[in-house]
Design a protein around this ligand. Structure first.
Ligand code: CA
Length: 231
């Protein structure tokens, strides 16, 4: 696997050093920034493959950094947050962050999340010529035909289940908030849709499991949303 270049944005020096050492010992290259303005400058000049972004920065709010990066780049962003407030994570994800880690986190978990992004990047690259067909483990979605197959067997999904599956597959590896998914499916973000969403998710999962080995394609992030993992 090619070396990834990772931008570490963290104002806490001991934590920044810990992440830097971890990345160094695992053969990643990195840049560091102690505040939001420097982060934005490095993000645009060094074009990193991934940004690890602390939300509580001395100058800009981390969410603002995400918004600014998203005006010109889709580079993956993992948010690091000490805030226990669920709404901060959700705001960060809604602003375009790909994933989050709550401090204090285990370095092994950090590395695992980085590998998820890395897999997703290589998956997107190899899939480019055939983006009409999505393949993940035994799951295959033919966007053109609107058909879903598990292990070669066609699954019969309702329009809402299909829509939900497509939103997740087109964002494979990303944690999607309830709000984001609701907006994509129903065009609004009514709180009451969370209940309907759960129902669709339950039936969708049941159908996915029935067709293949009991692999987990869709992770639940309690209070936040869902993510399709790339197998
Ligand atoms: Ca901080």
């Amino acid at each position: 696997m090619s070396k990834m270049k990772i931008l570490i944005v963290e104002d806490d020096a001991p934590l920044r050093n810990l992440i830097r050492t971890t990345l160094y010992t695992h053969d990643y290259t990195y840049e560091t920034a102690e505040n939001g303005k420097t982060a934005l400058m490095i993000a645009s000049s060094a074009n990193p493959d991934l940004v690890l972004l602390d939300l509580g920065l001395p100058d800009l709010d981390g969410t603002e950094v995400i918004r600014q990066i998203r005006t010109w780049s889709n580079m993956p962003i993992i948010v690091l947050t000490a805030r226990s407030e669920m709404s901060d994570k959700i705001n960060a994800l809604d602003s375009g962050a790909d994933d989050y880690l709550t401090k204090p986190f285990d370095v092994e978990e950090l590395l695992a999340r980085i590998r998820v992004i890395q897999r997703r990047l290589s998956v997107t690259q190899t899939r480019l010529p055939r983006e009409q067909v999505f393949v993940n483990g035994d799951l295959k979605i033919d966007y053109e035909e609107g058909c879903v197959y598990m292990n070669g067997q066609e699954l019969h999904l309702t329009p809402s289940e299909y829509k939900l599956l497509c939103i997740l597959s087109k964002n494979v590896g990303r944690v999607l908030t309830y709000r984001f998914i609701s907006r994509e499916i129903w065009g609004n973000e009514w709180e009451s849709n969370t209940g309907s969403l759960r129902v669709f998710m339950t039936t969708l999962r049941r159908k996915l499991e029935k067709g293949g080995k009991a692999q987990t394609y869709i992770q639940t992030h309690v209070g936040v949303g869902y993510r399709m993992i790339s197998l």
